[in-house]
Design a protein around this ligand. Structure first.
Ligand code: UDP
Ligand code: MG
Length: 297
């Protein structure tokens, strides 16, 4: 069985066309695999739920997960993955930016033995230059900051095998960066390129504020570089401070022309530099341990 999981938040205009296209492609798949479509209503405030209920009356294979409030895209997707039963599970957006027709290619790759087939965005249509640019920068930044090989320009649109979904189900963190977690799970992964379409109706549910939060979740979930930054800075600054303190002491000790008005300056500087250095190293050591605790948790 194949599961298609779609998180939906205020997508009333997209539900019917989405199901039309998904069902169309599923019917046309070779061998006609049995399937379910798991629709997660993420606390929508418009007619999304009603639209899903209407579709459920005429399509037998829909499973509805109705969340009690808006939990956000990643948690909604997780709720869907938790309940999906298929041997292969496709995760996709509900605004038809992810073309369902790609599922056929996903399945082909899966049958060739790949555990994860992710969709790489070759072009992005109908998105602001700002979003395209910041997204491109983000994917390249996170790639440099982490050891997990997270593919660039890749969203959550992908197919996962049962064992990958099971691995995800065992990772219960609340701040989720699913695309990274899937990469982290390992196994054979491969990308398929596609052109990302415009959203069919409605507006993006990812304003700048949410994009930033998502980026921070991604970086803090998969990199301890920001945490280590305090320790690098601490050691660098305190080494420099230590050298400078020696210079100041030498000037004083050998009477290399400390001017009259600067009396008391040397001792003050030495104390400040010493304490500053000690504090930064202290924070750095805490950072190192915190990094280890975080990793173990
Ligand atoms: N979404 C969701 N909960 C949210 C925000 C978004 O379930 O709080 C869904 C949304 O309905 C869509 C998918 O997540 O199916 C991706 O959102 P969107 O298309 O707005 O993001 P974008 O493509 O603009 O990055
Ligand atoms: Mg979208």
């Amino acid at each position: 069985m194949l599961s298609v999981v779609v998180p939906l938040y205020n997508e009333e205009g997209n539900v019917a066309p989405l199901l039309e296209r998904i069902c169309g492609i599923l019917e046309s798949l070779p061998g006609k695999p049995s399937h379910e479509i798991v629709l997660v209503n993420d606390g929508s405030r418009d007619g999304t739920l009603a639209a899903i209920r209407t579709e459920m009356q005429r399509r037998p294979n829909i499973v509805l997960v109705n969340l009690s409030r808006n939990f956000g895209h990643q948690l909604a997707a997780t709720a869907g993955l938790d309940i999906a039963q298929g041997q292969a599970v496709v995760l996709m957006d509900g605004d038809l930016q992810d073309p369902p027709e790609l599922i056929a290619q996903f399945l082909e790759r899966w049958q060739q033995g790949y555990d994860v087939v992710y969709a790489v965005r070759r072009k992005r249509k109908g998105e602001s230059a700002f979003k395209v640019l910041t997204a491109a920068m983000f994917y390249r930044t996170i790639k440099r900051l982490t050891n997990v090989s997270i593919p660039v320009d890749t969203g959550d649109f992908r197919l996962m095998s049962r064992r990958v979904v099971e691995a995800l189900k065992r990772s219960r963190e609340r701040h989720r960066f699913l695309r990274g977690m899937v990469s982290w799970a390992g196994y054979n992964q491969i990308g398929v390129e596609y052109d990302r379409d415009e959203r069919l109706s409605g507006e993006t549910k990812y304003p700048l504020r949410k994009m930033l939060k998502f980026a921070i979740d991604g970086i803090t979930s998969f990199s301890d570089v920001p945490l280590r930054f305090a320790s690098y800075l601490g050691f660098t600054v305190s080494t420099a401070a230590f050298i400078y303190a020696i210079v100041i002491i030498s000037f004083k000790a050998f009477h290399w022309g400390t001017p009259e008005y600067a009396r008391g300056w040397a001792s003050t500087m030495v104390v400040i530099l010493f304490l500053g250095g000690v504090q930064l190293i202290g924070i750095g050591i805490l950072g190192e341990y915190l990094g280890r605790i975080y990793e173990e948790v």
